[in-house]
Design a protein around this ligand. Sequence first.
Ligand SMILES: Cc1cc2nc3c(=O)[nH]c(=O)nc-3n(C[C@H](O)[C@H](O)[C@H](O)COP(=O)(O)OP(=O)(O)OC[C@H]3O[C@@H](n4cnc5c(N)ncnc54)[C@H](O)[C@@H]3O)c2cc1C
Length: 369
Amino acid sequence: MNSARDPRIAIVGAGLGGLACARVLQRHGRSATVFEREASADARPQGGTLDLHADTGQTALRAAGLLDPFHALARPEGEEWRVLDFTDAALLAHQGPSAGGGRPEIDRGQLRELLLDSLTEGTVRWDRAVSRVTPLADGTCRLLFADGAAEDFDLVVGADGAWSRVRPALSHAAPRYTGVTFVETGFDHCDTRHPDLARLVGNGSMLAKGAGRSLVAQRNSNGHIRAYIALRTPQDWHMAAGIDLGDQRAVRAHLLRMFDDWDESLRYILRDSDSGFINRPLFVLPAPHTWQHVAGVTLLGDAAHLMPPVGLGANLAMLDGSDLAHALVTEPSIDDAVRAYESIMLPRSIEAATSSAQGLDHLVPAVTS
Ligand SMILES: Cc1cc2nc3c(=O)[nH]c(=O)nc-3n(C[C@H](O)[C@H](O)[C@H](O)COP(=O)(O)OP(=O)(O)OC[C@H]3O[C@@H](n4cnc5c(N)ncnc54)[C@H](O)[C@@H]3O)c2cc1C
């Protein structure tokens, strides 16, 4: 990029997509500042395990120069998948790790730490929530922070996830409920404290599904199993059932009733989990989600293409970040770079959103009367 000075690039959000973008830029000698609303790197647990695909997440890590440290942390055996019959827990289908370890698993927290540690000190400004973005007439963009401060940049990258504050500068689209809610719970020291469940889950993931209800359990690092109780249900299911989500015993009892025709070894997930239940209604952006190019601002990851969580979102967010950074270091101007990036990211995300919607239908089958 030909510029008399280093362009001022702001990345809003220190998720996997924003961090991948910052890392690839820095690897090419460019600077960027990441503004993150959370107070610190460990302000909240980062969530479960992710399988990184060779053609997306791993491609981004290669561009970031982090593929080897990734492989040192990753769990290739975690690729294993089991599908069980919900009535008797019999094995219906089994897929072992692919030859060559195409999609190794890694805990999201480990991956985020790897990216954070790779950045120049001070790149991430913690506790800097962005409230709004205003494109300016000269092609630059103004960031307004929640504390009332404002700062102008040559490019603002919205990497701020599902409920992006940057997105309204480009599009009126808003996330809508998918009709599916994941209720998350977890098990610690599974091999010693929950050996039967550990055997059911194996080294990777286990799925059992019935009409409108599924159970997914995934082995994370350190003997932790994270489970999702997937429900095809109105978003206010707990209110309709008269349940206070803060009353964990009531949630547990209700879920056990919902799965009363399931095999007891699977109901164990509802009955004996160590952690409480976290309600996670799933939202998506309308697909296709596109926008007219606006100088000085773009989106990546969930901010651009929030889709059902069936294994693509984090991979695509990282690839977006890496592709955008690559365009910024190879194209002659910021505007050319953003146009080049959007011309590959938008069609790719439309395709992925369609396949993810089908994936969610497969994961949690509709109730047919
Ligand atoms: C239950 C579940 C399981 C999933 N499993 C998988 C999987 O197996 N594989 C996969 O590929 N994907 C998976 N996904 C999807 C994946 O989590 C997302 O697609 C991915 O995290 C998107 O990354 P991102 O960087 O775009 O956004 P995020 O990870 O959401 O990061 C956004 C960042 O922006 C910050 N932020 C938000 N608002 C502001 C603001 N106003 N100002 C400053 N900072 C802000 C947030 O604090 C956050 O740090 C799953 C999702 C869910 C819900």
